[in-house]
Design a protein around this ligand. Structure first.
Ligand code: G4P
Length: 527
C-alpha cells in the first residue's frame, strides 16, 4: 500500500459526551466490531466517579487506564480506525479540548432521556469553532426517553447544528421494536436478551404498512407517519455538507445492547473524513506531503512515580514517521531520534516501525516535550489551534516544606507542561497562582507533587474571576492598561501578559475603558 492509500483508509476521531451518556460502552462495542477485543467489559471506564473525588488511588488508577485507553486503534472493513479517548470527568475538560485538536471528526453520544447536557454543549462548541464534522448517536433507546422529534429540536437549538436523521427509532423503552435505517431502508429488530447481537437487518424494499406490519406489527403506522415527517422536516443527507460541518447525521440505538451501533459504524467508515490538512503559523500542512510533520497534543506521566518519564502523544500530520530516524524538535531546535515509538491497538501497546498521517504515536519522553511541540524533518513549523483555556478556578500555591523548594518548582513546572493546570505569576507581589478548569485538579496536583517530586504544596484562596490574555495593535493603550492594572497583571508560563480580573464587573469595565485591547479567553500554547 502506498502512503496515499494508507492516508485514505485512516479515520481518526474522538467520542465525546456528558459523563454517563455511554461513551465507554459505545467505544467498547465499536472495538468489538473491529475484533480488537473479544468480550464486553474489556475496556475499563476511563472516569473518576463523583464519589471518588478524594480517593487518590482512584486517581492513580484513572491515570493508568487513561494511558492504556488514550488511543484505541482497530481495523474495520479495510479502514484503520483510531479512537481518541477523552476523560469522562468534567474537571478534565481541557484535556478533552486538546484531544479534539488531534481528531478529524467526532461522534457525540447523547442520552435519550437526558437530552443535551452541559458538558456536551461545551464540547460541541469547541468542535464548531474548528468545523469538525459531527455524527450524533442517541443512546439508551432501551429506556424510556424523550420523543425523537423533540430531542432533535433540542439538539438543533442547544448545539446550534443542523441534524439529518439517518436512522429512526421504532418505539422506545419497553415498547422498543427496533430502528429503521433510513439510507439503506433496513429494519434492525431489537432483542433485549442479546447484548452481543450481530444479527442481519431486514431489508424493506417497499415502505407500505402491510409489509412493515409483518415485522413490527402495530408500530408500522406510526413509523410511516414519522418517516413522512422526517422527509419533510429535515434536509437530505449530503456528504459535502457533513464534511464541512453544516449538517450532522443522527443515529439512534442502545450501546449497552449493541443495538444500532453497526449502522453507526458502517456509515462512519463510509463518510467520516480521512486525515485533514492542519494549520501551522507558517503554512497549511497537507497529509500527502512527503516529509513527516507531527505535533504533541497530550503528555501523560507514566504510572511509576519513581521514574519521572512520560509519554508524549504525537499526531502524525504528514509524511511517514519512522522509528530511529532523526526528527527536528522545533521549539528546542535540535534533532531527536525515537527508538521505541508505540502504537495503540485496543488496550495493547506495541512498538512500531512506521506511522502515517492520522495515526497517533506514543513517544517516551524524559522532559523534552510540552503540549503543542512540533516535530518535522527540519522545517520551522508551529502548529496552531492547541488552545489553553482561561481557567475558572484560582488558588495561590505556596511551598509547604522550605527544604524542598527546588523539587516543588520542578514539579509544578513539569505538571504545567503536561497541561494539568496553568501557572501565573503575579507581577505585583510575585506570588504563584495555579488556575484550573476544575477543583479536582488541585487534589491531583498536590498528590502528584508529593508522590512524584517529594514536594509539599499549600493552597491559599485568591478571589479571581478570569484570566485573560491580551492582544492589541495599540501599544500605547496596552502600556497604559498594564500600568493602571499592575496589581492584576501576571505572566503565564510562556512569559505572556495575563490580566487577572477579579470580577465580571471589573472585566467589563476594563473592556469598556480600553476598547483597543482584546481580552482573550483562550490562548495558543506557545508564545
Ligand atoms: P460514559 O463513558 O459516557 O461516562 O458512560 P458509560 O459508558 O460508562 O455508561 C454509563 C452508564 O450507562 C453505565 O451504567 C452503562 O452501563 C449505562 N449505559 C450505557 N449505554 C447504555 C444503553 O444503551 N442502555 C442502558 N440502559 N444503559 C446504558 P452504570 O450502572 O453506571 O455502570 P455499569 O455498572 O453498568 O458499568
Amino acid at each position: 500500500m502506498n502512503i496515499e492509500q494508507e492516508i485514505n483508509r485512516r479515520r481518526t476521531f474522538a467520542i465525546i459526551s456528558h459523563p454517563d451518556a455511554g461513551k465507554t460502552t459505545l467505544t467498547e462495542k465499536l472495538l468489538l466490531f473491529g475484533g480488537a477485543i473479544q468480550v464486553a467489559g474489556a475496556v475499563k471506564s476511563n472516569k473518576i466517579k463523583k464519589t471518588a473525588t478524594s480517593d487518590f488511588m482512584e486517581i492513580e488508577r484513572q491515570r493508568g487506564i487513561s494511558v492504556a485507553t488514550s488511543v484505541m486503534g482497530f481495523e474495520y472493513k479495510g479502514k484503520k480506525i483510531n479512537i481518541l479517548d477523552t476523560p469522562g470527568h468534567q474537571d478534565f475538560a481541557e484535556d478533552t479540548f486538546r484531544t479534539l485538536t488531534a481528531a478529524d471528526s467526532v461522534i457525540v453520544v447523547i442520552d435519550v432521556a437526558k437530552g443535551v447536557e452541559a458538558q456536551t454543549e461545551k464540547l460541541v462548541k469547541v468542535c464548531r469553532m474548528r468545523d469538525i464534522p459531527i455524527i450524533i448517536f442517541i443512546n439508551k433507546l432501551d429506556r424510556e426517553g424523550k420523543d425523537a422529534f423533540d430531542l432533535l429540536d433540542e439538539i438543533e437549538e442547544k448545539l446550534q447544528i443542523n441534524v439529518v436523521p439517518l436512522s429512526w427509532p421504532i418505539g422506545m423503552g419497553s415498547s422498543l421494536k427496533g430502528v429503521f435505517n433510513i439510507l439503506d431502508k433496513q429494519i434492525n429488530l431489537y432483542n433485549s436478551d442479546d447484548k452481543q447481537r450481530r444479527e442481519e437487518p431486514l431489508q424493506i424494499d417497499k415502505l407500505d404498512s402491510g409489509n412493515l406490519q409483518k415485522h413490527i406489527g402495530s408500530s408500522a403506522g406510526e413509523l410511516l407517519d414519522d418517516l413522512e415527517l422526517v422527509d419533510t422536516v429535515y434536509p437530505d443527507f449530503n456528504l459535502v455538507d457533513y464534511l464541512s460541518a453544516d449538517i450532522s447525521p443522527v443515529f439512534f440505538g442502545s450501546a449497552l445492547y449493541n443495538f444500532g451501533v453497526k449502522e453507526l459504524l458502517d456509515c462512519f467508515v463510509d463518510i467520516a473524513p480521512r486525515p485533514q490538512p492542519v494549520k501551522t503559523q507558517q503554512r497549511e500542512i497537507i497529509p500527502t506531503e512527503n516529509k513527516f510533520t507531527g505535533f504533541v497534543f497530550k503528555i501523560h506521566a507514566n504510572m511509576d512515580p519513581k521514574h519521572r518519564d512520560r509519554i508524549a502523544f504525537v499526531r502524525v500530520c504528514s509524511g511517514m514517521f519512522e522509528r530511529n530516524k532523526n526528527y527536528f524538535h522545533v521549539r528546542a531546535a535540535r534533532n531527536l531520534k525515537f527508538s521505541s515509538p508505540t502504537a495503540f491497538m485496543a488496550e495493547k501497546k506495541s512498538i512500531i516501525e512506521q506511522a502515517y498521517p492520522g495515526d497517533i504515536i506514543g513517544i517516551h519522553d524524559t522532559g523534552n516535550f510540552i503540549i503543542g511541540d512540533t516535530l518535522t524533518e527540519g522545517e520551522n513549523l508551529k502548529f496552531l489551534g492547541i488552545p489553553s483555556f482561561s481557567p475558572e478556578m484560582f488558588r495561590y500555591v505556596e511551598n509547604g516544606d522550605p527544604m524542598k523548594s527546588k523539587q516543588l518548582a520542578k514539579g509544578i513546572d513539569q505538571l504545567m507542561d503536561e497541561g494539568v493546570a496553568q501557572l501565573f505569576i503575579n507581577q505585583f507581589n510575585g506570588r504563584k497562582i495555579i488556575g484550573t478548569v476544575g477543583a479536582l485538579q488541585y487534589e491531583v496536583i498536590e498528590y502528584r507533587l508529593k508522590h512524584e517530586y517529594n514536594a509539599t504544596c499549600r493552597y491559599k484562596p485568591v478571589q479571581l474571576y478570569k484570566a485573560c490574555w491580551l492582544r492589541s495593535n495599540n501599544a500605547e493603550q496596552l502600556a497604559d492598561f498594564k500600568k493602571r492594572k499592575y496589581q492584576f497583571m501576571a505572566k503565564d508560563k510562556h512569559n505572556r501578559d495575563v490580566f487577572l480580573a477579579d470580577s465580571s464587573y471589573g472585566l467589563q469595565i476594563a473592556q469598556d475603558k480600553f476598547p483597543d485591547i482584546e481580552f482573550l479567553f483562550t490562548s495558543e500554547f506557545h508564545p
